[in-house]
Design a protein around this ligand. Structure first.
Ligand SMILES: Cc1cc2nc3c(=O)[nH]c(=O)nc-3n(C[C@H](O)[C@H](O)[C@H](O)COP(=O)(O)OP(=O)(O)OC[C@H]3O[C@@H](n4cnc5c(N)ncnc54)[C@H](O)[C@@H]3O)c2cc1C
Ligand code: FES
Length: 274
């Protein structure tokens, strides 16, 4: 079983800006006292505001963007106490940051396959840098599609920024308020038959959405990967709070559970049960 990453550190970061996005989310930009080096997209940090109201256990958040070695952005949806506290931080305040943690997306290869990144709501967070890094290793922007779904346009966060990446962006909303009228799987189905060739699918979002995206990929014999957002206690492999069931025919064999925090959060869909 995997151990915590050797580059993980605990740091007190300084809040540089808080930018509201969509109906219920914000981008939190922080600077760190110790530079981190380039981060792989899909890795995450445990984050906590230093106040008396925040829960004692830090919460996990994907790296959204890295503007410099010591500057990281998080795209955060306000849900409960932990995210509410982070939403209420002020510029100049300190937050506790543990990371980087987890494995991140697979190494990108300019292998001619189309890459479809399929995000739902806040599941867009690990895709911004993923797309930047895929382009960085030579994947043609024309081969990359970001399919981004939400109930309404208010749950498609930072869509304009994703559009600036220069890849094809397909927005999909349940109520048709932005882009394709329907869910992300229907949007993916509508893209078939455009001479796509081999396709690799990467998905992050609510569990039922990821399950449907993987089923779509399986039906079409596309390889797929998922980034799971399990509940986490420690983030470093100790508490067993993030157990994920594995598939016997996958790489874990008869080992029944993997830990999302140290074995993931990214898994080949052939490895884990959704
Ligand atoms: C590897 C990883 C990366 C993540 N990246 C991001 C990110 O980039 N941006 C972001 O906004 N969120 C992300 N999350 C989810 C985020 O950690 C939770 O939303 C957060 O912990 C909620 O904390 P809270 O104290 O505000 O809410 P809580 O009070 O803990 O919970 C509020 C409500 O949300 C539900 N909830 C809490 N956590 C989850 C979860 N993981 N899945 C489903 N429902 C949940 C609870 O059941 C409850 O109903 C990520 C999770 C993981 C594991
Ligand atoms: S969160 Fe504690 S083992 Fe994964």
């Amino acid at each position: 079983m995997a151990a915590p990453p050797s580059d993980t550190q605990v740091q007190r970061a300084t809040v540089q800006s808080i930018r509201p996005v969509g109906d219920d989310a914000f981008v939190l930009e922080v600077t760190l006292p110790e530079a981190l080096g380039p981060l792989r997209a899909g890795r995450f940090f445990m984050l906590k505001r230093e106040d008396d109201l925040s829960p004692a256990i830090p919460r996990p958040f994907s790296v959204y963007r890295q503007a410099a070695d010591d500057r990281v952005d998080f795209l955060i949806k306000t849900l409960g106490r932990g995210t509410q506290a982070l939403a209420n931080t002020r510029v100049g305040e300190k937050v506790q940051l543990t990371g980087p943690l987890g494995n991140g997306w697979p190494v990108w290869e300019a292998d001619g396959s189309a890459k479809w990144f399929v995000g739902g709501g806040i599941g867009a967070a690990p895709f911004f840098m993923a797309i930047q890094q895929a382009i960085g290793v030579g994947v043609e922007p024309g081969k990359i599609t970001f399919v981004y779904g939400g109930r309404t346009m208010g749950f498609l966060y930072d869509l304009d920024l994703f559009r600036e990446l220069g890849v094809k962006v397909v927005a999909a909303t349940d109520d048709g308020s932005e882009g394709f009228h329907g869910n992300v799987v229907q949007a993916c189905e509508s893209m078939l038959g455009e001479g796509e060739g081999a396709v690799q699918v990467f998905t992050c979002g609510p569990d039922p959405m990821m399950k449907a995206v993987v089923a779509f990929a399986d039906r079409n014999e596309f390889q797929s990967w998922v980034s799971l957002e399990s509940y986490m206690g420690c983030g470093v492999g100790i508490c067993n709070g993030c157990a994920v069931g594995t598939k016997e025919e996958g790489p874990y064999g008869d080992w029944p559970v993997a830990k999302c925090c140290v074995d993931g959060p990214v898994f080949a869909s052939s490895a884990v049960q959704l």
